[in-house]
Write a protein that binds this ligand. Structure first.
Ligand code: WQD
Length: 344
């Protein structure tokens, strides 16, 4: 075993896929999750893929006593990957205090406990949201940080600053900030995938639910933008590729003395794909029509953002490899599996 890793939010979309890759890389995973936006059956899916059921604690990372009990029960936790956060942009506008309290108190607790229990490294789940509407694409890690356009985005910016200040205080801890672009798709086994509670905010789960008939049709929020086909452009990165990047970052932080005390990486494919191009890719690879209509723009949407992942390619030795088409196939297979299981 390469050691114990605490994965907060580990039954969530990216957390569950990362748990599988951590196990495959030889880490022992302990998950804490309050199940506010995921369900405990995800553990079954993880076990069906890896053959190993991760230790699971139903708990909230804003509860310091709960976290302390985990570090007491599981000594020698070497690293933490922090996914636990509320993440719906629109909801954060309606409930800013809930977002600041949940996302930041979680972080404060983890940081405070790390030196106490000898935890060496923290991988933080950040977002390309910190770049706002970039002046130019692709964005690099040195692209300007723009004023957040939502409390959700602001919690990511504040978290990055808090971590930087914590590291600068000289604690024996390292941290790696991973700025995700748009995670999409599902594990090729279709045993785990994206399963948002209620009506999906994000594009791909809504798209697959429209394709299977759960939703009447997908609303495409605007086709009058200054882009080739008028729809917004994003960097859609396969969730398994993204999960593998976390293992690379953790390995580097825990094993490579060249790793700085604070490192930042963009995790994207480096390729911009429009909303309409994604729909076309989905239809082509799956042979399924997506019922959609063009509607008005969604407030707060970035028009175009895609990343330059060359720093992660070079230093982490990681590269996104799964094509958008293959990713759309996994998203559809996951939706079909949910139907087969009577989940939706
Ligand atoms: C993508 C594109 C929409 C839904 C946000 C956060 C980011 C990350 C992912 C958490 C946009 C269009 C969407 C729909 C549509 N957060 N769209 N119809 O807004 O790029 O990123 O979620 O992990 O930090 O900022 O993702 O999937 O909501 O939207 O046309 O029903 O799809 O307008 O252009 P977004 P998204």
């Amino acid at each position: 075993m390469k050691g114990r890793i605490l994965v907060t939010g580990g039954t969530g979309y990216i957390g569950s896929h990362t748990t599988v890759e951590l196990q495959s890389a030889g880490y022992e995973v302990i998950i804490i999750d309050n199940l506010s936006n995921s369900n405990v059956e995800v553990l079954d899916g993880i076990e069906r893929i890896s053959g190993v059921r991760p230790e699971f604690i139903k708990g909230d990372c804003t509860d310091m006593d709960c976290l302390k009990s985990i570090f007491e029960k599981y000594p020698d936790i070497k690293g933490i990957i922090n996914f636990a956060a509320s993440k719906a942009v629109g909801e954060s506008v309606d409930k800013p205090i809930m977002y600041y309290r949940n996302n930041l108190n979680t972080l404060y607790n983890l940081l405070e406990l790390m030196p106490v229990y000898g935890v060496k490294g923290l991988v933080f789940s950040s977002s390309c949201t910190v770049y706002g509407e970039p002046d130019e694409n692709p964005v690099t890690e040195n692209s300007p940080i723009k004023k957040a356009t939502s409390p959700y985005g602001n919690t990511k910016q504040i978290a990055e600053e808090v971590i930087a200040d914590f590291i600068a205080s000289g604690v024996p801890v390292k941290s790696t900030l991973l700025r995700y672009f748009n995670p999409v798709g599902a594990h090729p086994s279709a045993e785990i995938g994206e399963l948002p509670n209620g009506v999906p905010n994000n594009l791909v789960p809504f798209l697959t639910q429209a394709a299977i008939g759960i939703r009447k049709e997908l609303s495409v929020f605007g086709n009058d933008y200054d882009t080739p086909d008028g729809s917004c452009i994003r960097d859609f990165i396969n969730v398994v590729d993204l999960a593998k990047a976390h293992v690379c970052a953790l390995d580097r932080m825990l094993e490579n003395p060249d790793c700085e005390s604070l490192e930042i990486y963009n995790l994207g494919t480096g390729k911009g794909v429009s909303v309409l191009e994604l729909i076309n890719a989905f239809e082509k690879v799956n042979g399924v029509k997506v019922p959609y209509k063009i509607v008005g723009r969604r407030t707060g949407d970035i028009v175009k953002v895609w990343g330059d992942p060359s720093k992660a390619n070079r230093i982490l030795g990681w590269k996104a490899e799964i094509s958008v088409e293959e990713t759309m196939r996994t998203a559809w297979n996951w939706q079909l599996k949910l139907r087969e299981r009577g989940v939706m």
